[in-house]
Ligand binder design. Structure first.
Ligand code: PMP
Length: 391
């Protein structure tokens, strides 16, 4: 039998190479030995406004609300947050459903699409990730969970690149197949910052309308300024029927995600009754999310201007870098993918960066740079200097 510490290691999946996190501050993370890392990952699009953001910290510290609110009761801050989310959502998304995080928000979107259309099939982008529930796994591409997908009926896949040529494939899938929804990240961070051609998005939206298929934009990672606009969907001439948000909404406090839908879609959901999860929209997280949205509203212009300026700076630096292995860069705001076309090389560079004090994400053949939206140029330069030494 495993001794207690082995058992603990198994449960926590810790290995000696794991980063033992001690604290975070701004764009830095410190391990248990005091080593400082420039954080170009920010928890994968969670810490968009910097770790320890004073506005968010203060909202959490000053919170004096209830310990908990039962989902069947009413709570004024829930309504306030839902209204704020609706007010900044793209297109005609008018109704907000509470979720515990990104995976549940996606699951609710799939449920809403099924209830609204009376259909049960989906189409998504090959290689995508939409969360770790059975629903998210079914529309995603996690190979290790192939066997867990058969509770949902078929999900068809469209292979990137997403350009005008791919529309024929989309039409073949939507035509006569009773597809409830097409789900995608408008700019796919999980696919190494895959930016669809505008013609693809416009054509996709038109095909969805033609075949009665809903369009779900998973903005869990792209939401709240990451790609240079508040939501990545805004960069295309589309009107999604549903968006899913989570991650950066609280800058790190959990229990928070949302599915935001058009009124008719929401009505189909409400008409059938809806059961909220016990820990969705915890009062403390709600207070922080309201503060985060206030922070965005007050700083929106500056925040997005900063994103554009830092994005340009990163682009310039990446163009000047001498790569050992040729790489192509895909940049949307501060979602930056550096594609080496080689998984093991990407993993090696990521490990080297970490040894040198820079945290970047690794997704397949790409590195992902996802710095805080308000990172100062000196810290951005510090991170890019390390990257330059490692590529
Ligand atoms: N959708 C996307 C696009 C994501 O990136 C993620 C998380 N990486 C999820 C859904 C799932 O969100 P969560 O981890 O909050 O459940």
């Amino acid at each position: 039998m495993a001794n207690q510490s082995e058992e603990h290691q198994f449960l926590a999946r810790e290995s000696p190479e794991d980063l033992q996190v001690a604290r975070t501050e701004g764009s830095f993370l410190f391990d248990d030995k005091g080593k400082q890392y420039v954080d170009f990952m920010m928890g994968w699009c969670v810490g968009n406004f910097g770790w320890g953001n004073a506005v968010l910290l203060e909202a959490a510290a000053q919170f004096e609300g209830p310990d908990y609110v039962y989902p069947g009761y009413s709570y004024a801050p829930w309504v306030e947050l839902a209204s704020l989310l609706v007010s900044i959502s793209p297109g005609s998304l008018k109704k907000c459903f509470r979720a515990t995080g990104g995976s549940e928000a996606v699951d609710l979107a799939l449920q809403a699409a099924m209830l609204h259309t009376g259909r049960s099939k989906f189409v998504s982008v090959e290689g995508s990730y939409h969360g770790n529930t059975i629903g998210g796994l079914s529309v995603g591409s996690s190979e290790s969970r192939e066997d867990c997908k058969n509770l949902l009926s078929r999900c068809y896949k469209v292979k990137p690149p997403l350009n005008a040529k791919s529309l024929a494939r989309v039409e073949a899938l939507l035509k006569g197949r009773d597809v409830a929804a097409f789900i995608m990240e408008p700019i796919s961070i999980n696919l190494g910052v895959l930016i669809p051609e505008p013609e693809f998005m416009t054509g996709l939206a038109a095909l969805c309308r033609q075949y009665g298929t809903l369009l779900i934009m998973d903005e869990v990672a792209t939401g709240f300024g990451r790609t240079g606009t508040l939501f990545a969907s805004e960069q295309f001439a589309i009107e999604p029927d549903i968006i899913c948000v989570a991650k950066a909404i609280t800058g790190g406090l959990g229990g928070m995600g949302a599915m935001i839908a058009t009124t008719p879609v929401a009505k189909s959901m409400e008409d059938k009754g809806h059961f909220y999860s016990t820990y969705g929209w915890h009062p403390r997280s709600v207070a922080v999310a309201i503060a985060a949205l206030g922070y965005i509203a007050r700083n929106n212009q500056r925040l997005l201007k900063d994103v554009a300026a830092t994005s340009d700076y990163c682009r310039q630096r990446l163009m000047e870098m001498r790569f050992k292995k040729p790489a192509s860069c895909r940049i949307a705001g501060l979602a930056i993918g550096v594609d080496f076309g080689d998984e093991s090389h990407a993993a090696k560079v990521q490990a080297k960066c970490r040894r040198e004090g820079l945290l970047v994400a690794n997704e397949g053949e790409s590195l992902l740079l996802l710095p805080a939206l308000n990172i100062d140029q000196a810290t951005a330069a510090q991170g890019l200097d390390i990257l330059e030494r490692c590529v």
